[in-house]
Design a protein around this ligand. Structure first.
Ligand SMILES: Cc1ncc(COP(=O)(O)O)c(C=O)c1O
Length: 321
């Protein structure tokens, strides 16, 4: 097993409060600590915002920082803005250039997490999405692994994933993340690393901030985009890598008990990267160790994200010219 690739991102844990970072706010670059909003901000009161999470990986040999799938993230950011009736004043191309400039301003030469956020900025008390002032900000902080990429113990949560007719899960809407925080907290209180959420129909939806895959009899299976999931960009990467490696992929509903008999289960996400689950609800998954399929996918993934795979150079955008 290649322990180097297993390490994933390196840097501080995102669970520690950031004391350094760079922001783009009100059209200019500034230290993260200076990018402030009023306590009366609509989005703070009602969760009326949307965001993205983008990683940039540092390549020591090439002395360059690579943004992973940044155009796809900003396209989804635009879609989330549309969902919540925010007019993003920046085109995807502008956002890419601002982000590269932001990372250069911060002088980052390490693994970084970029958080674009758009929100209802008006200081009004009114339950609406219309006729409010919008604001957009982007900040970047150094960040290592969000969760362990060696083997997680998960629990199927008693909290149900919000359904599309309540709060659309396919968009990254700030308020909807209370759903994930409740499930995560509950899992941690009970001594587990991660929560797996079921949809209102009882089928498996996703992890708390990640998409879920399982392997059964050689096929890689993941819930469809209609299962109240975020349409994950890492999910698409994994499906593409699987296809390239001749692994059959199926998008179909997954029953909870299929997780108990699966050969492998793993989570994918910008934060999560590719993270194997080795036990669910106290039952061992497969051999109880990182499985061979997720191992292959992790190796290919961690190589590509640092710009080391010539076949996937189009997935990454260099920050330094
Ligand atoms: C709820 C949820 N599901 C899935 C994902 C994974 O999506 P992506 O791979 O685009 O980061 C995320 C994280 O970004 C998420 O917040």
């Amino acid at each position: 097993m290649n322990t180097e690739t297993l390490a994933g991102a390196s840097g501080p844990s995102p669970t520690q409060e950031f004391d350094e970072g760079t922001a783009f706010f009100h059209g200019r670059m500034m230290p993260l600590a200076d990018a402030q909003v009023s306590i009366a901000t609509h989005a703070l009161q009602y969760g009326t915002g949307c965001f993205e999470g983008i990683r940039a990986y540092w390549n020591e040999e090439q002395q360059n920082l690579y943004l992973l799938k940044a155009p796809e993230h900003y396209q989804r950011f635009h879609d989330s803005c549309r969902m919540i009736r925010i007019l993003c004043p920046y085109a995807v191309e502008d956002l890419l250039e601002i982000t590269r400039a932001l990372l250069r301003t911060g002088g980052f030469r390490q693994d970084v997490y970029i958080r674009p956020v758009a929100f209802k900025a008006s200081r009004v008390i009114k339950l609406t999405l219309k006729d409010l002032r919008d604001d957009v900000a982007i900040y970047a902080v150094p960040m290592g692994n969000y969760i362990d990429v060696g083997g997680l113990h998960a629990i199927v949560s008693a909290w149900t994933r919000v359904s599309d007719n309540a709060i659309p899960a396919r968009s990254k809407l700030t308020g909807s993340y209370v759903n994930m925080a409740l499930a995560s907290d509950d899992a941690h209180e009970k001594g587990y690393d991660e929560a797996i959420l079921l949809g209102a129909d009882g089928h498996v939806s996703e992890g708390a901030g990640s998409n879920l895959f399982m392997v059964r009899r050689g096929t890689l299976i993941t819930p469809p985009v209609t299962a109240d999931i975020l349409e994950g960009i890492t999910r698409s990467i994994v499906m593409e890598l699987a296809e390239e490696n001749g692994i059959p992929v199926a998008e179909r509903p997954i029953d909870r008990t299929e997780l108990y008999v699966a050969d492998e289960v793993f989570l994918t996400g910008t934060g999560a990267q590719i993270a194997p689950i080795t036990a669910i609800d106290g039952r061992m998954v497969g051999s109880g160790r990182r499985g061979p399929m997720v191992g292959r996918l992790q190796d290919a993934f961690f190589r590509a994200v640092r710009g080391d795979d010539p076949n996937h150079r189009d997935w990454v955008l260099p920050v330094y010219d």
